[in-house]
Write a protein that binds this ligand. Sequence first.
Ligand SMILES: [Zn+2]
Length: 392
Amino acid sequence: MAGEFAVHAGSMFDGFTRSGPATVHVRGGRITAVDRTGSRPSDRYVVDLGADACLLPGLIDTHTHLAFDSGNDPVASFVAADDERMLTGMRAAARTALLAGITTVRDLGARDFLALTVAEETLRTPEAGPEILAAGPPITTFGGHCHFMNGEAEGRGQLIDAVRERHDRGCAVVKIMASGGQMTRGSRAYLSQYGQEDLRIVADEAHRLGLPVAAHAHGNEAITDALAAGVDTLEHVSFSGEKGIDEDAALVERLAGSGAFLSLTLGTRGTLPLEVRQHLEPRLDSRRKVHRELVRLGGRVVVGTDAGIFPSKPHDVLPHSVEELRNLGLPPAASLAAMTSQAAIACGVEGRKGRISAGADADFVVVGGDPLRDPASLLDVRAVFRAGVRVR
Ligand SMILES: [Zn+2]
């Protein structure tokens, strides 16, 4: 299967637009040609997935935590697990994502550099999981949000060293906790952890080394500072205030016009835990309103599910977020682009991922029906290919 073959389906979404019957030719893990003429090659190397099947690029989740187990207390399980147990969980999470058609994930935080171990495994063995773009431990303040991942650094010298270490070890992205977060005891999501100057030091050093920066930013001050510092993706962008959502029309306008990618935390299967619902639900409507405005003004939206942090966020939750994207006002094709071609640009893997075109990696998902008309069709997975290997 890893050699030379072609995949044929009744329709295709290539990451940008939909077309009719298509045949995609693959060799050595890459796409060599895309035939949209509708003719179906008759040789025995064609995998014909049927007239009612739609071929899409493998999906990209811009924000996951393979080391969180989607349990009732993922932080407690995380802290209790030794490295071997954590790796076992991460491998299972990677496999779960892959079988749902998610062929690339950004791991934005696990303990130390364990995500790099799993990333190497899935690079060697496509069946093992998606391609993993790993951040290593998120850079955070001492005792700050997700400090238990061991990425604490403060002050110019430590921040620069932290970025260089991630580059030297082979991370694909630098993650920094610009604000606090809900999951860490004592941390406040609406408060900033770093100032604009700190964020700029990290962004400049990462960019000098060719790495993109993802900034976790809940509060308006952290969002403002991360944007000014020139980070590549803003994670969550929840406009969290002390008492609710701090709507700020001028900031929304700046964000939408900035060209920075806004990695919205979407994707839910089932219901959230009670204490999370009590905290979140009063805020959800106003947050949705702000996000709808971001979309209306042309903000570059991608989806980071934060998979692993709740039971309602298993590692294959990404396809469940299409409906939410559409409710935010994204048209059907743009909703699919947000988790394919746009996500690839956001993660710095444009050209190679998130598209079906000659030269790109042979990562596809084949679903039944028409995902542009019916978001649920993304859940009817008929086949998944990664690096030219059929894994489902
Ligand atoms: Zn996260």
